[in-house]
Design a protein around this ligand. Sequence first.
Ligand code: DGP
Length: 114
Amino acid sequence: MSTIFSKIIDKEIPADIVYESDTILAFRDINPQAPTHILIIPKIEIPKVSDIKGKDHSELLGELFDVANKLAAENGIDKDGYRLIFNCGDHGGQEVYHLHMHLLGGRQMKWPPG
Ligand code: DGP
């Protein structure tokens, strides 16, 4: 089922897009939890982490990480470090059921997460 992220991909609703390729879109989170908070998403609809099939999606996942590392460098958070998060399902705190990687940085992260 399509989510709000499909509308962002289709440019039906605006977003602060920081990267786009044929397969991936990245945009700033509407409710940032750190000075840098970017969502990196595949354009194809994969609802959640548990729907990933390594055989089918390994190249796409590699691209997601490449984009995360590139955006971390562009946003000046690569030296001090950053956090990459996939929330999965209710207990994982997932709100939007279109696979997305959170790139968070620009402040000290805590552990354990809430
Ligand atoms: P998650 O809880 O992992 O499903 O995170 C979903 C994130 O998506 C949350 O941090 C807020 C963000 N978000 C939800 N709707 C929109 C939107 O319309 N635009 C943008 N830029 N971010 C959104």
